[in-house]
Write a protein that binds this ligand. Sequence first.
Ligand code: CTP
Ligand code: CA
Length: 224
Amino acid sequence: EMKACCTAQLKGKKVIVTAGGTREAIDPVRFIGNHSSGRMGFAIAKAAVLAGADVTLISGVTNLETPLGVKRIDVVSTRDMKQAVDSLYDDADVVIKAAAVADYRVQTPAKDKIKKSEDTLILSMEKNPDILYGLGQRKKNQILVGFAAETTHVIQYGTEKLKKKNLDMLVANDVSAAGAGFKVNTNVATLLFPDGTNEKFDIMDKFDLAAIIIDRVTKIINKS
Ligand code: CTP
Ligand code: CA
């Protein structure tokens, strides 16, 4: 079998990938963030470009190098990411949302640096828009792929997200498993599909998983 990477299966297809974590400002010098490295999303962008796609990578703050041939848009907050994704969505064939998106933002970030005074500091936060849910609502012919990082009930929670967000595939990561998650080059994933089938994979390199994800996306496109 030929590798997904070299057969130009996605030639002419516009693929959007989101990667990394979003950050929400507390004041001009501080933020609330998460441990996402961006590696999974960058690997997917690389696999998609190797498959011949026209790839735009919408990335949170990361140190990673942009894969050759990939267009990159840098964003900081969840709302920045939503704006970037939404503006490209109508034209896209595939959207893969690997980013770790901040669910809440600080309600009123301070204009000036917060000085230390009281012994406790309370930050009020409000919910961010769910970017992927919004894409699912206005989906036309796009193939939508989501991610879910879970520590328990991986299949159950993953299936709920797949349905609620109107996805064509969900990559559920068991982040409690050894070799999965944020800081490592490997992942432990189960792919969930709307027909109720799933594919469980052992621990593997993030680039190998990315190639499988791109291969399954190609199969979904060829079926529809
Ligand atoms: N996502 C998004 N916008 C958000 C939150 C999540 O687009 N505001 C996307 C993520 O990029 C991911 C998928 O939704 O592809 C699932 O994210 P996850 O955090 O696992 O699910 P949530 O719906 O946020 O639910 P919870 O965090 O409560 O488990
Ligand atoms: Ca979340």
